[in-house]
Design a protein around this ligand. Structure first.
Ligand code: ADP
Ligand code: MG
Length: 498
């Protein structure tokens, strides 16, 4: 047993009628990576947000090295030795990289009320360089960088003052392989200097590989803690959901014939720097998987097919030749799209669940040209419930939902619209096993009803498990096509990705 660094004692937190944390107590030791796992909505982020001043707990205490700490914001938490890397974007648009790194801590560069920007930039660049991120320019605005690089900036930001406790809340889902490795290096550094990392991830293999101890939350209650040695993915899953579940949530059918009828066709689609001369046909009732490394262009394909790529060349047409050149074209012809970047591209985050679900169906919901609140409410309720969305009601804001439940709202919207063709980009990214199973069941049901699905995914098992056919992309081009088969192996796909 290591020496205790941080104790959480009887932490309790409500959001309205939701009891997000029910008197939970945890012990975190010096020199450990301690994973916190649990299904979406189990209270992981609430706990770490209370610790880091993002939320205020109702009652209970956090005791760091024998002293109680309470933070009312993240900067305060930083000064107390606690830092967090959050799940979604944690940097602020419009500010430079350096300004983001020193946000709330600019005082050190200010003399007589004047900020020495040059000194701040220099310091920020030194930090970036020390992590090997020298290609990131501290003086540039953060918006010049992609999601992954912005995450790396956040990692630098959260560790430059040597926190005693570093919370990593579902950061890996946002990162590609390289970003993950960088993050793990930082986590190991924190552990090896006698501090503690609280590591939240849905990837159970990754959890077992990286952590020394693993604690489980379920519906706001602490279920237990086990060591790395005792942990297996099945054991962890069982603790998370309270029953044994296997890997059987994928499709089990093989050899079913897919219709020859083409419902969507892409010809010579090019998006400069991202996609080059892409040709593909999607068939009725088919799940077409598109895989590859994160920068291979596949995420852009989803946008291009949905008419959301401004600089697209080439053509995208329905089976009957109708062109799809814009998002309104796509929606009018019953095409749906769920982006990988849910918060920024799929949901109106500062609006209710109900409004988000009704959004593309507003025309259909009108009676005599008018929208009635009651009709919208019933519609939203029906589909939110069909997806088993965990919510207080459809009037709840989507910003308050956990990742998995946000995704359910996105899907409920398109199931409600009864789209014939649905493009799903990373449908289960950052989503726990039970919700994953729900989403796969929904996809299988849609397929059987003759709907067609394009599933863009970085998860090889999901491609093998769900797709009738898989296209692998590399450097913006298709680099391999595979038909569904029980003999198809992950290595077959990987060979074509790299
Ligand atoms: P996890 O991180 O384990 O997925 P969360 O801690 O985000 O779960 O959520 C725990 C519960 O609290 C969920 O039911 C969620 O909907 C609710 N919740 C979280 N944040 C808020 C908020 N700001 N307002 C209302 N409810 C919230
Ligand atoms: Mg969370």
């Amino acid at each position: 047993m290591g020496e205790i660094l941080l104790r959480a004692e009887n932490i309790d937190k409500h959001f309205g009628i939701t009891h997000a944390l029910d008197n939970v107590s945890f012990t975190f030791n010096k020199g450990e990576i301690h994973a916190l796992i649990g299904e979406n909505g189990s209270g992981k982020s609430t706990l770490t947000s209370c610790l880091t001043g993002i939320y205020q707990k109702d009652s209970g205490k956090f005791i760091l090295e024998g002293k109680e700490i309470t933070a009312t914001n993240q900067v305060e938490a930083n000064h107390q030795g606690v830092a967090i890397i959050v799940q979604e974007i944690g940097t602020l648009s419009g500010l430079t990289v350096a300004e983001n790194i020193f946000l709330g801590n600019e005082d050190q560069f200010t003399k007589c009320g004047i900020k020495n920007t040059a000194a701040m930039n220099k310091k920020a660049q030194e930090y970036l360089d020390s992590y090997g991120f020298n290609y990131i320019d501290a003086t540039k605005v953060i918006d010049d960088y992609n999601f992954e690089d912005r995450k790396l900036v956040e990692i630098v930001k959260s560790t430059y003052f040597n926190p005693k406790v570093l919370v990593v809340d579902e950061t890996t889902t946002a990162l590609g392989q390289k970003g993950r490795e960088e993050l793990f290096k930082v986590m190991h550094k924190v552990r090896d200097t006698g501090n503690c990392v609280i590591f939240i991830s849905h990837d159970l293999e990754e959890v077992i590989e990286q952590s020394d101890n693993i604690s489980v939350l379920r519906d706001g209650v602490k279920i237990g803690s086990i060591t790395k040695e005792e942990a297996t993915p099945d054991r962890l899953k069982a603790l998370m959901v309270g029953r044994e579940i296997g890997d059987s949530y994928y499709r089990t059918d093989y050899g079913e014939k897919v219709s020859d009828e083409v419902v969507l066709s892409a010809k010579n689609v090019t998006v400069k720097g991202q996609i080059e001369n892409l040709n593909l046909d999607l068939h009725k009732g088919e799940i077409l998987g598109i895989g590859g490394l994160s920068e291979c262009g596949m995420h852009e394909v989803g946008k291009a097919l949905f008419g959301a790529s401004y600089f697209r060349q080439g053509s995208v047409t329905l089976g009957d030749g109708t062109p799809i050149n814009s998002i309104p074209d796509a929606i009018k012809h019953s095409i749906a799209y769920a982006s990988k970047d849910r918060d920024n591209e799929s949901l109106v985050i500062n609006d209710t669940i109900g409004d988000n679900i009704c959004l593309p169906s507003l025309e259909d919901l009108k009676t005599h040209g008018f929208l009635r609140a009651k009709t919208m409410n019933e519609f939203a309720n029906k589909f939110a419930k069909q997806m088993s969305t965990k919510m207080t009601g459809v009037d709840q804001f989507v910003s308050a939902l956990s990742g998995g439940n946000k995704q359910k709202v996105v899907l409920a919207r398109w199931v409600g619209k009864d789209s014939d063709l649905i493009i799903l980009d990373s449908p289960t990214r950052g989503i726990d096993v039970k919700v994953k199973a729900d989403i796969y069941a929904m996809m299988d049901d849609m397929r059987k009803r003759g709907k067609s699905i394009i599933m863009i995914s970085e998860e090889i098992m999901e491609l093998l498990g769900m797709a009738d056919r898989i296209l692998i992309m590399k450097d913006g081009k298709i680099n391999g096509e595979f038909l569904r088969s029980p003999d198809l192996k992950d290595t077959d796909l990987i060979d074509n990705m790299i």
